[in-house]
Structure formats: C-alpha cells, structure tokens
Design a protein around this ligand. Structure first.
Ligand code: ADP
Ligand code: NA
Ligand code: NA
Length: 245
C-alpha cells in the first residue's frame, strides 16, 4: 500500500518532506500540496482518512472538504448513520465503504476522531509527548493498519494540525515516524518495532524488551542508548531509525 499525503498548508508539506527519509525517493509515499478538490485521480484504489470528531459531523477542516467532495449533507448523514450516531473515542478507526458515494477510485472512508468536539484543543504544551506526539502517532498508526486489503493508496491530510491544535512540527514528526515504522515492518522484527514505539512515547519498560532486540539494534545500526533515551521533542527521528531508511 502506498501513501499519499495531501494538505493545503505549506508548513505541513515542508515538515513532511523533511521527516520522511527515503520514502519519497522510493515512491512509497508522495505529497500533494493543495486541496482535496485539486487532486488528480491516478487509477489506484484508495481509502481516505477523515480526521474527524467523536460525533461524526463533517462541518470543518478536511472533513468539510471530504463532505463536499463526496456529495454534501447527504454524505454527512450517511457517515453518521454508519457510525450509528454514536460517540466514537478519539483515535478509534471506523472503516466506511463509500458505496454509492464512491468516485475517482476512492472506495473507503476511514473515520478517525482527532477531537471529541472542536471546542478546545487537548494539546498541552507542558506535556507535548503524551498530548501531542502520542495522539498523532496513534491516529496515524490506525490509519495505516485499518484500510481493507484491496487499498492500493491511503490518502491522508495533516492529522491534528487543524482544529485539534497540535503544533505542526510535532504532528508531522509523529506522522512521519508512524509511516516510516509501517514500511520498516518488512525488515525489522515486531519486537524491535514495539520497542521503538515504547521509546518514542516514553514508555520504556525493561520486562517488555527482549535480549534479541538489543542484538538486532546493533545489526541494523541503531545505537541502543540513544534509542533508550529518545525524546521525540528533542531528538531527530534518524537517531532511532536504521541508517538508510
Ligand atoms: P484536525 O481536527 O485533526 O486538526 P482538520 O480537518 O482541522 O483536522 O485539519 C487537518 C489538516 O487538513 C490541516 O493540516 C489542514 O491544513 C488540512 N486541510 C483542511 N482543509 C483542506 C482541504 N480542503 N484540502 C486539503 N487539506 C485541507
Ligand atoms: Na478533527
Ligand atoms: Na477535520
């Protein structure tokens, strides 16, 4: 599955471009600086992420663009019906087939609340790791793992970079880390991936980290102490990722 990142905000675009390592060159990930409406169909079967709210209204930000793209207020009614008009906690992913609303090879909507309601941001600048990096990582991780297997390209905007109010450098760094880990699953053990996630979020817990993991780190060129001490707010992503990825 390929990833297409799309956003109207040039700052979001710049932070993605800096944080994605080799994924742009290799073609796994591409970036579109522009609106959803200006996006050119490319023949790939697609799922699109709606960075929504817990009640399924599509009245603002990228959700509004999605609503307008797929049929207006009738589409919002359809999405809320599919969510059973029920409360959905932040970061939960609901896969909604677009069915009669499908166009331009978009087949599924992945609805993931990034806010309960847009009234007040959850982001707390005294605790960026847990109120910023972790939330955005979790939303991105779900976006990458929930698309049905026929999805050839996952389309997503900046997550938590609008109404959710996470500072753009923080949100983009967490998105880039989740995307890079997703593609590293083919070369790293699940154990090491899990350990990297613990370290990124500040939940290093020795009993959950295996001896093999330390050896694997050495093999792929990750410095164990650097990873163990990693703080996403201070350290570059490249310092906990294998060199060349
Ligand atoms: P969140 O609640 O997760 O912050 P928003 O929908 O408010 O989600 O914003 C997410 C991102 O969508 C922002 O980075 C914003 O620049 C981008 N965005 C908003 N409208 C559009 C659009 N029409 N096309 C492309 N990107 C958009
Ligand atoms: Na949102
Ligand atoms: Na939105």
């Amino acid at each position: 599955m390929k990833v297409l990142l799309i956003d109207i905000n040039a700052r979001v675009i710049n932070h993605w471009a800096k944080g994605l390592g080799n994924l742009l060159k290799s073609g796994e990930v591409s970036i579109h600086n522009g609106s959803l409406e200006s996006f050119e169909p490319n023949g790939l079967l697609k799922s699109i992420v709606s960075p929504g709210n817990s009640f399924g209204f599509l009245g603002g930000g990228f959700d509004l663009a999605i609503q307008e793209y797929f049929g207006g207020s009738l589409f919002e009614r359809y999405v809320r019906y599919k969510l059973m008009h029920s409360y959905v906690p932040v970061t939960n992913c609901t896969v909604i087939p677009l069915n009669q609303f499908s166009r331009d090879q978009f087949q599924y909507l992945l609805h993931i609340p990034t806010v309960v309601t847009p009234v007040v941001p959850d982001y707390d600048r005294r605790d960026p790791v847990h109120s910023g990096y972790r939330i955005v990582f979790d939303v991105t991780w779900n976006a990458l793992h929930f698309p049905p297997s026929e999805t050839e390209q996952l389309v997503l905007p900046g997550l938590c970079t609008g109404y959710a109010g996470v500072p753009i450098p923080i949100a983009c760094k967490a998105m880039c880390f989740a995307i890079r880990l997703f593609y590293l699953k083919s070369i790293l053990s699940q154990d090491l991936i899990n350990t990297m996630i613990m370290c990124f979020m500040g939940y290093q817990y020795e009993p959950f980290i295996s001896e093999d993991c330390l050896m694997e780190c050495q093999k792929v060129g990750i410095d164990w102490d650097t990873m163990h001490r990693f703080n996403p707010h201070e350290d570059p992503l490249d310092s906990i990722l294998p060199s060349g990825y």
